[in-house]
Design a protein around this ligand. Structure first.
Ligand SMILES: [Mg+2]
Length: 392
């Protein structure tokens, strides 16, 4: 006996960082009032000649929703057996779909009974987005494992920051195939100063002020202040900024001038352990970016000192756009420029203000305290990193 086989697509999306799945409600005379336990993933019978099951799933999704499966990788959710014996294969796809714009193909059904007449009904009379708990109540019981496997694959997801996902996992599939499941998080962006590179004006000014730390600190809080530096990061020219400051503080002219002429001496070493994480991510084909407050005038010399900056998939520095963190605009520009989605982007910064704003925009932000902590935080978000730095 040939076992009836069907295949479908579980579409999912994140709303405010929470997972939602798209289910369809069957049309026809019997299901109008039946709600709980009757919804289904869009799916249907395998076509003739042993149609490729993924092709079945894609075709049925299109027929029942009126929309093609969104582009992007499919997660193999394996198969389940329904009560009547039918085996259902499913794949998950990330994407959005407006339920008001979904349209289903029609099916013919003898109705009303015993009249000999046939009536046409939509195969799916409505679709809806549901959180995992709600979806479990509505979906046919036999299909519940699809939702649970999706959650396992993505990590049990609550609010951004409350994510408890494990590493990407392989899911069982009863036809013997196994699929590597993609991670919910797709890209990692690093702050530079204090995360990848030990940039600190004190590396320079200890040489200038010698043992007088108090004088140096006063200079850095009253003359060349962090706010003054932030304007350089936001695109103000060093020449203008230095000239103006010397007019205000003529007795400190030499030290102020050094901010420009000896700027490169503020560059300490790279934080090799963090750079190691960045390289491990790249080897695993995770796109990595820099998102940093940095002057456009000094970024070139920084890159020449730290060639790993040229290994990045992209970098956005404040000096290029005239806006620095923690302004929301630079985060938005960053996501836009590299085609990233906030909810699937991890951002690492040592500044709590930057982390807070990133989170408010839906970005999964991690505050940097140590490379070891960042490594653990990335592993817990599903990234394929070794648990300890290689060679340690
Ligand atoms: Mg920083």
């Amino acid at each position: 006996m040939r076992i009836p086989t069907s295949a479908g697509i579980l579409l999912y999306r994140f709303r405010d960082g929470r997972l939602e799945v798209l289910l369809g409600h069957p049309g026809g005379p019997f299901f109008g009032r039946k709600d709980l336990g009757n919804w289904s993933i869009p799916k249907g019978q395998r076509g003739p000649d042993n149609e490729d099951l993924e092709a079945t799933a894609r075709r049925e999704f299109q027929e029942e929703t009126g929309h093609p499966v969104p582009a992007g990788p499919l997660l193999d959710l394996g198969s389940i057996r329904q009560r009547g014996g039918k085996i259902v294969y499913a794949w998950a796809a990330e994407g959005d779909l407006d339920p008001a714009k979904a349209t289903s193909n029609m099916i013919e059904f003898p109705w009303p009974p015993f009249t000999g007449r046939v009536k046409r009904f939509p195969e799916i009379d409505r679709v809806g987005w549901f959180g995992p708990e709600d979806a479990r109540q509505r979906i046919k019981e036999a299909q519940i494992p699809f939702i649970e496997r999706l959650e396992t694959a993505l990590g049990r997801s609550g609010q951004p920051g409350a994510f408890e996902g494990g590493p990407a996992v392989r899911l069982p599939s009863s036809d013997g195939q196994r699929g590597l499941v993609a991670n919910r998080f797709k890209a990692v962006a690093f702050d530079i100063g204090g995360v990848l590179i030990d940039w600190n004006p004190r590396h320079l000014y200890r040489k200038i002020f010698g043992p007088d730390e108090v004088a140096m600190e006063r200079f850095l809080t009253e003359v060349c202040t962090p706010e003054w530096n932030a304007r350089l990061d936001a695109g103000r020219s060093f020449a203008d900024a230095v000239a103006e400051l010397i007019r205000e503080h003529p007795s400190q002219a030499d030290a102020i001038e050094a901010y420009r002429s000896r700027w490169d001496e503020m560059l300490g070493e790279a934080f090799e352990e963090t750079v190691g994480i960045l390289r491990e991510l790249r080897r695993a084909h995770v796109p990595v970016y820099a998102l940093s407050n940095w002057s456009a005038e000094t970024y070139a010399v920084t890159r020449s000192r730290f060639p790993f900056l040229d290994e990045l998939d992209g970098a956005l520095i404040s000096g290029d756009i005239g806006v620095g963190k923690p302004e929301p605009a630079i985060f938005r520009e960053f996501l836009d420029r590299f085609g990233l989605v906030a909810e699937s982007t991890v951002f690492i910064d040592d500044s709590s203000a930057n982390v807070a704003v990133a989170r408010s925009l839906g970005i999964e932000a991690i505050q940097f305290r140590s490379a070891g902590q960042v490594r653990r935080d990335l592993i817990s978000r599903g990234f394929p990193l070794a648990s300890h730095p290689p060679g340690s």
